[in-house]
Design a protein. Structure first.
Length: 93
């Protein structure tokens, strides 16, 4: 079981990069701000660095200064190009 769990872990660690490939610099989407709410934002940068694996997308919040730009994980972004998070609705039921 441990070897299969390790291989599954490797697949999961590559997942953010594969999903981030569906986004493009300049693309408009909804991004979660520090208050937990989603706001209109634009993709500034998409990193492929291993250091940024958990938060590979830098966004600029529309109407705010560049100082508010932040790196986010895919779970903090909403876009038609990204799959909807699985299981969250079922987990509450």
């Amino acid at each position: 079981k441990t070897s299969s769990q390790l291989s599954e872990g490797n697949v999961c660690s590559d997942l953010p990069f594969k999903m981030a490939d569906k986004l493009e610099v300049g693309m408009k989407l909804q991004a979660m701000y520090s208050d937990g709410e989603f706001y209109p934002a634009t993709v500034v940068t998409i990193s492929e660095s291993q250091k940024r694996a958990k938060k590979p997308v830098k966004v600029h919040f529309v109407g705010y200064t560049d100082a508010e730009d932040t790196w986010l994980g895919l779970d903090s972004l909403k876009s038609k190009r990204l799959p909807k998070p699985a299981g969250k609705a079922k987990a509450k039921a």
